[in-house]
Structures are given as C-alpha cells and as structure tokens.
Design a protein around this ligand. Structure first.
Ligand code: TXE
Length: 448
C-alpha cells in the first residue's frame, strides 16, 4: 500500500494500492486498443472534447486546488493559480488541434505534402513538485495530436492525476484514451520506458533519472522529451531597479519551497551594488510568509518529505546571511535561507530543490555571463537591468531554454518551455509542444 501523506501535517490522507508491472502492461494494452478510434476522431471533435475537459477543470478547480495543497503542501493561492493554468492549458490545446497541420512543398514531377501523424501510445511520467500542472502540459498536446496515454504520477503525489483521469472520462473522452497508473518509478515507470508498444516518453524529473530514461528508451528507439533539473541564475546588474529585483528574488528562489526546476537559486549580483542589494534581499526574504498552506496569505509551505528535508539540509554550510522562521510541530518544514557563496561551492553547483539560495558577486557583464553559464544545467533564468541592449546581449549569451528580463517568470501556456544542456530537451507548452507528440509524414504524388 502507498501511504499518501500531507507534508504539512504528516497525516496519511490516502492509501492506494501500488500498481504492478502487469497493471502497467494492461494500461498500455488499453491505450493501444483505444488508439485507432481516437486518432480517427475528427480534429474539431477532439478539440470539442478537450474544451469540455477544460470547462470541467474550471468547475472543479477549488477541489483540485485543495487536493494539491493537501498532497504537496503548496500554498492554496499557488494551487488555485495552478488549477487555473490546467484549465487554460486544455483550452489552449483544444484550440490548437486544427492549427497544427502539414504543408505542400514545391517539387518537380509531382506534388509533395506533409502530414502530422500521432505517435501512438505515449507514456507520461511526472514529478511531485507540480503534479497536476505538469500532467496537463503533457496531456494537452498528447491528446490534441491524437495519441493515447498512460500517465504515471510520482508516488508521493498521485491524487490530482487520479482526479484528472476521472474528469477526462466525465468530459466524454473515450475509455482507454487516458490511463492513470499509480506505481513506483523503478518498476512501473521503467516498464513504460522499455515497453515496445509505447512510442514516446514525456518525462519530467531529476537529471539522474532522466539519464536512465534516455538510456532505457534506446532499446526501442523511443522518442523522449526530458524536462530535468535546473540551477538558474538571477543576474542583477548594478543599473537595475534594485528594489524591484530584490522584492521579487525571494519568491523566485523559495516559491514552492524551492522545489521548482526554474528556481532562481543562484542570485548573481554586480559587485558595485552587492552590499545594497544584499540588504534589500535579506529584508524582502524576511517578509516571506511561511506557514499553513491552507492559509490564503501563506507564500511558502513545507518540503515534500522527511527524506527530502534531510537532503536539503546537507547543503547548508558557509555564510548563512538569512534564515527564516518555520512553524513548530509536525510537517516537513525547512526555513528559507540565503547563503553567500562562490559559484564553485556545492550549494551553487547542485540542484538543492529546497529553499536555499546562493548569493554570488560578479564583476561586469562578461563575468556575469560566464558564471551564469558555469553549470551543467540550462533551464531558466533572469536578467535585471535598465539597459535594453545589455539585456538582449546577455540573454542571447546565456545558454538556457527560458529567460526573462526584469521578471522572474518562466512558464506561460502559449510559450515554449524546456531546457538546454543537462536540463533536458524537447519543449512543453505553446504550439512547440505539438512537435514532440507528432511525427512528420512526407507524401509525394507523381503527377506526370
Ligand atoms: O524525481 P525522480 P523525484 C529533482 C530534484 C529532486 C529530485 C528527486 O532535484 O530532489 O529530482 O525528485 C519516476 N523509470 N527534480 O524523486 O526520481 C518517478 O516515479 C521511469 C527535478 O521526484 O526523477 C516520478 O514519477 N520513471 C524536477 C518521476 O520519475 C522513473 C522535478 C520523477 O522522479 C524511474 C522533480 C525509472 N527508473 C524532481 N525512477 C524538475 N525538473 O522539475 C523514477 N521514475
């Protein structure tokens, strides 16, 4: 039995049987059987079903948000925003179904055209940090392209995926099109990656497991999209609006208790503004409200598990310039922390996945770019400056899939999201995601 906990109280909120490899096989078989009929549904009708799903998510959004908060420990205001995003994602892909199409290409002797074909059965493997959001980012384009799905949520946070699976059926999407299998990664997840009837794996999780997924996928030349870890830089130049940059830096590093692949966990600050910025940053971090995730004003909740807290605490050494307060008693609490560091320190090199951010000085634009790029990751990042030309120069020079200027946001429904380097490859969200869930077929017709 899988005991599902509320990380803010350590109470068991659900007990679920763990799926076996045989059940994973049955889910794949169901998805395979459902595929011919699902791919044959006309694009406007597929769009209509996705739109109905989006509307159902809207109608169920409070329930979904409460479920996510109790299972992940994230503040209710965040969960509500995430539920809204799930609906928006399904609305977006409902509208995209008939806008992702082929082309005709001028050739001699005939006519050449391309088609976008679905892949077949896709395996979607999701992590515990944004369970329902990340599930929707993969479900939306998978279904829009005409694939059928086996979704395997993380063991710690399966509840919203199960509820989404129910809503899929309620929306009228036929049985077998979406199958949710709750089971361990090393058995059920691994089985999906190796299964010969699974055409593609859409994976979000750690770089370490992602590496194994890529290796295991080689056996069947499976397509993979990997959205992996990050160690994103928040680059603050001396000419920036320091107040704004400092006010936004704590939530960029400590949002979701730092369990965010886009966390700006390396705060790079130009030396000439370093002392002033650090004062502002510490003051802003002190204002962060850590506590009961059900409270509307809470900005940071607990970590996901005791084991994870142990791992996060191993990163704390060096010069801690700020450590916040956390509630007493049960719950996997860990205080937000700012540590002065060099980019060579472990806290600046590895993904902590907790509320511990490194503050690192730099000297000038060249060093800023060098430090920002001195990491195996390349997922996200920010540049704060009032100089527009510099913002563009630095943005082009940083090897990262997603960047923002004078903002710490990373994810929007309509824009591509994904990594460079060891943060993975393939893009989620926007129209780009559709490329990852379809195959291009080229057809030539001789007319001579
Ligand atoms: O990730 P895992 P976890 C990072 C972060 C975190 C660490 C561990 O550093 O501390 O990963 O988190 C499934 N074959 N990120 O344990 O282990 C697993 O069941 C197939 C970064 O959640 O990578 C789960 O469903 N699947 C991150 C999913 O993979 C397997 C998000 C992710 O698990 C498998 C989360 C296998 N052999 C964690 N083994 C981000 N980039 O957002 C496990 N899984």
């Amino acid at each position: 039995m899988n005991q599902v906990l509320n990380p803010a109280t350590e109470e068991t909120i659900a007990e679920l049987p763990e799926a076996t490899v045989e059940e994973a096989d049955r889910a794949v078989a169901a998805a395979k059987a459902a595929f011919p009929a699902w791919r044959a549904v006309s694009p406007p009708d597929r769009g209509r079903l996705l739109r109905r799903l989006a509307t159902l998510v809207e109608e169920t959004s409070e329930e979904l948000a409460q479920l996510e908060t109790s299972n992940v420990g994230k503040p209710i205001s965040d969960s509500r925003a995430e539920a809204t995003m799930v609906a928006d994602v399904f609305h977006f892909y409902a509208g995209a179904v008939d806008k992702h199409h082929g082309e005709t290409i001028p050739v001699s002797g005939g006519i050449d055209m391309t088609f976008r074909e679905p892949l077949g059965v896709v395996g979607l493997i999701t992590p515990w940090n944004f369970p329902m959001n990340i599930a929707s980012w993969k479900l939306g384009p998978s279904l829009a392209c005409g694939n059928t799905v086996v979704l395997k949520p993380a063991e710690l946070t399966p509840l919203s995926a199960i509820r989404l699976g129910e809503l899929v059926l309620e929306a009228g999407i036929p049985e077998g099109v979406v199958n949710v299998v709750v089971g361990p990664g090393r058995t059920v997840g691994q089985r999906l990656v190796e299964h010969r009837d699974v055409a593609k794996i859409g994976f979000t999780g750690s770089t370490e497991i992602g590496r194994g997924v890529m290796q295991a996928a080689a056996g069947t030349i499976k397509r993979v999209t990997l959205e992996l870890g990050g160690k994103s830089a928040n680059v603050v130049f001396a000419d920036a609006d320091l107040e704004r940059a400092a006010a936004s830096a704590p939530s960029a590093a400590f949002g979701n208790a730092g369990q965010d692949c886009c966390a700006r966990s390396r705060i790079l600050v130009e030396r000439s503004a370093y002392d002033r910025f650090l004062d502002l940053l510490v003051e802003a971090a002190g204002g962060l409200r850590v506590g009961d995730p059900r409270d509307e004003s809470t900005e940071m909740g607990p970590l996901i598990s005791a084991e994870h807290r142990e791992r996060v605490s191993s990163y704390v050494n060096g010069n801690v310039v700020f450590s916040g307060n956390v509630p007493n008693g049960s719950g996997f609490w860990f205080p937000p922390m700012l540590v002065e560091a060099s980019n060579d320190d472990r806290v600046a090199r590895e993904e902590v996945f907790g509320p511990v951010a490194a503050v690192i000085p730099f000297e000038g634009e060249e060093e800023a770019v060098r430090l920002a790029n001195d990491t195996p990751y390349g997922l996200s990042g920010s540049i704060w400056t009032e100089d527009g030309a510099r913002a563009l120069r630095v943005a082009r020079a940083i090897d990262s899939g997603v960047l923002s200027v004078n903002s710490n946001t990373s994810v929007r429904v309509s824009t591509p999201f994904g990594g460079f380097k060891q943060s993975g490859f393939g893009r989620e969200l926007g129209l780009h995601a559709l490329d990852g869930y379809s195959e291009v077929k080229n057809l030539y017709i001789a007319t001579g």
